[in-house]
Design a protein around this ligand. Structure first.
Ligand code: HEM
Length: 155
C-alpha cells in the first residue's frame, strides 16, 4: 500500500535533489564556466538561467516544507517525539527557504531591472549578491542533506 509516508518521503528526496543539486551545478560548474564571457553576454545568460531554475526552486521549497512538516506531525507525532536531527533540519530548511525568498524578491528583482536597462555594472553587483547567497544556501543544503540522510543513523 502506498501511504502518506511513502509519498512524503519520496517528494522530500526529489525536492532535495532538484534544489541542492541545481545549486551545486550552478555554483560549481556553470558559474566558473561563464566567467570567460564578457559581462553583457554573461549577465544575459544568467537572465535566462535564473527564471527557469528559480521556478523549480519554488516548487522544491513548497514540497520540502510541506512533506517535512507533514512527516513530523503525521508520522512522528510532533516535534517532541522527533530526533534532534529533525529539529536541526527544520531549522536549516526554513532558514534556506527564507534566504531563497530574499534572493528572489530583493537582489533578483534588482538584477532583472538592471539587465532590462543594460546597466551592466549594477546588474553585475546584483548577480554577485545572488551568487553569495546561493553559495550560503548550497552549504546549508549539503549540511541539511547530511542531517536528513544520516541523522537517524547517527543518533
Ligand atoms: C530545505 C531543505 C531540506 C532538505 C535539503 C532536506 C533533505 C532531506 C533528506 C535528504 C532526507 C532523507 C531522505 C528522505 O527522507 O526523503 C530528509 C528527511 C527528512 N526531513 Fe528533510 N530536508 C529539508 C527540509 C526539511 C524540513 C523544513 C523539515 C521539517 C521538519 C524536514 C523534515 C524531515 C523529516 C521528518 C525527514 C525524515 C527523517 C527520518 O526518516 O528519520 N526536512 N530530508
Amino acid at each position: 500500500m502506498i501511504g502518506f509516508s511513502a509519498v512524503a518521503n519520496t517528494l522530500h528526496a526529489l525536492g532535495a535533489v532538484v534544489w541542492v543539486g541545481g545549486m551545486f551545478f550552478a555554483h560549481m560548474a556553470l558559474r566558473p564556466s561563464v566567467a570567460v564571457l564578457d559581462p553583457p553576454q554573461r549577465l544575459n545568460l544568467w537572465a535566462e538561467v535564473f527564471p527557469r531554475f528559480f521556478a523549480w526552486v519554488w516548487v522544491a521549497v513548497i514540497t520540502l516544507n510541506a512533506s517535512g512538516f507533514g512527516t513530523v506531525f503525521v508520522d512522528f507525532g510532533g516535534f517532541a517525539s522527533a530526533g534532534v536531527y529533525v529539529h536541526a533540519m527544520a531549522g536549516t530548511g526554513v532558514l534556506m527557504s527564507l534566504i531563497f525568498a530574499y534572493i528572489f524578491f530583493v537582489p533578483y528583482r534588482a538584477f532583472r531591472a538592471r539587465v532590462g536597462v543594460s546597466d551592466w555594472p549594477a546588474a553585475a553587483a546584483a548577480q554577485a549578491a545572488i551568487r553569495r547567497l546561493v553559495a550560503t544556501n548550497l552549504v546549508l543544503g549539503l549540511v541539511t542533506v547530511v542531517l536528513g540522510a544520516g541523522g537517524r543513523l547517527m543518533e
